[in-house]
Design a protein around this ligand. Structure first.
Ligand code: ADP
Length: 204
């Protein structure tokens, strides 16, 4: 899966580089990519992480289904092609956020390795921190905050990841985070420690 470029376009070089943006904002832009089964905890952790980063003086922004499927991707449905296009656009938008100096946090199941690899490629030289929210399926299914697993088991939701559609686990994520038996705060601690380790935040 490679990134396409429109024909007859060349990149215009701006007069501000990543170092200048980092100096202004006091941080380095990055993409924190949360991936995992439905109800594994991606959105809960994503929003708690955004809160923690903002409270600590870092500019961060969550991209998730609510703000993406209502606007930018409002034209997309849930066919395999549309799901792929959804993730492709999110990867590109997250990359632009990172380039602008923001810490972009994405919260999508994003079940396919190739699509996640493409998002990593789009991010280029900024850090791309892949977090596998690796909560066991049984725990996700027991949580079932939206009742979707129950509906999927009853055959009412076609192609539901974890039940009737595959999830390809990351092979070498920056963090493997099993949330079972942990508080949201403990999970955010683990993500923040990873951001220090990966050079997104200064050494702790
Ligand atoms: P996803 O975005 O992966 O579909 P959600 O964040 O919407 O998942 O739902 C996860 C559910 O699990 C929420 O109801 C949340 O309160 C619960 N939960 C329990 N413990 C945790 C934890 N340690 N981290 C994240 N979510 C947790």
């Amino acid at each position: 899966m490679t990134r396409k470029t429109s024909s007859n376009v060349t990149r215009h070089r701006g007069l501000v580089d990543a170092a200048a943006r980092a100096k202004l904002l006091g941080q380095r832009g990055a993409v924190v990519w949360l991936t995992g089964l439905p109800a594994s905890g991606k959105s809960t952790i994503g929003y708690a992480l955004e809160r923690r980063l903002i409270d600590g003086g870092n500019a961060a922004y969550v991209l998730d289904g609510d703000n993406v499927r209502h606007g930018l991707n409002g034209d997309l449905g849930f066919s395999p092609q549309d799901r792929d296009e959804n993730i492709r656009r999110i990867g590109e938008v997250a990359a632009l956020f990172a380039d602008s100096g923001m810490i972009a946090i994405t919260s999508f199941i994003s079940p396919y390795r190739a699509a996640r690899a493409r998002a990593r490629e789009a991010t280029g030289e900024q850090p791309f921190v892949e977090i596998h929210v690796a909560t066991p399926l049984a725990v996700c299914e027991e949580r079932d905050p939206k009742g979707l697993y129950a509906r999927a088991r009853a055959g009412e939701v076609p192609s539901f990841t974890g039940v009737s559609a595959p999830y390809e686990s990351p092979e070498s994520p920056e963090l493997e985070l099993d949330t079972a038996g942990k508080t949201v705060d403990q999970c955010v601690d683990e993500v923040v420690a990873t951001l220090h380790r990966e050079g997104v935040l200064p050494p702790a």
